[in-house]
Design a protein around this ligand. Structure first.
Ligand code: NI
Length: 206
């Protein structure tokens, strides 16, 4: 199972250590999701997600409250990601196609963890490649850090050279299903096949 971005393959030293910590946290989250699923309740103290204030593809402010009444399927990544982010977002689009009427209850949301390169225009262009439903969000470094912290998302810059754009982003790769009230429902593995993801979502969406 791969829950960390493949960008981490190129990492070494402290970066790899942090990637492993991110992977460990992702596994913990998935374990917690299983617990929630089987117990029908949220374990005390497990709080994932929360308020966020970001910027949409049109440059306007977007907050978590704008999605109330819909499920959010949240994924953190970056538009320059060579593999895992686009693959995951394609899977989400395919899974929602297979979900039937329940798909209308879900808004897939992509949140950039690369504020330096992912301007609103870049994120809008990127998101549009994965169908009309995907909402792309970015923001200032501080806004993104706050959102990622709320979702327990790990990310860090990984230098590949000396130029300003010579870097990739190591980041954890987990989807978060949030309820119509904005509360955490469950983590969804990002490496599922579209059919499997649709089945997982169908069970969790009322
Ligand atoms: Ni990625």
């Amino acid at each position: 199972m791969s829950t960390a971005d493949d960008d981490t393959e190129k990492s070494s030293g402290p970066s790899r250590l942090f990637a492993l910590i991110g992977l460990f946290m992702a596994l913990l989250l998935i374990g917690a999701g299983g617990y929630i699923w089987f117990s029908g309740g949220t374990p005390a103290g497990l709080v994932v997600g929360g308020p966020f204030a970001l910027v949409g593809g049109d440059g306007k402010a977007v907050t978590d409250k704008d999605f109330r009444g819909k499920y959010m399927l949240v994924y953190f990544g970056y538009t320059y990601c060579p593999d895992v982010c686009p693959t995951t977002l394609n899977t989400v689009a395919d899974a929602l196609d297979k979900l039937g009427a329940k798909a209308d209850r879900v808004r897939p949301v992509f949140i950039s963890i690369d504020p330096k390169r992912d301007t609103p225009a870049v994120v809008r262009q990127f998101a549009s490649a994965f169908g009309p439903k995907l909402v792309g969000l970015t923001g200032s470094a501080e806004q993104i850090a706050a959102a990622a912290k709320a979702y327990r998302v790990y990310y860090t810059e990984h230098r590949t050279g000396t130029g300003p754009d010579d870097y990739t982003m190591d980041h954890s790769s987990v989807l978060y299903l949030m309820g119509p009230d904005g509360r955490f429902v469950a983590p969804i593995r990002a490496d599922l096949a579209p059919d499997q993801m649709a089945v997982s979502l169908a069970k969790l969406i009322s």
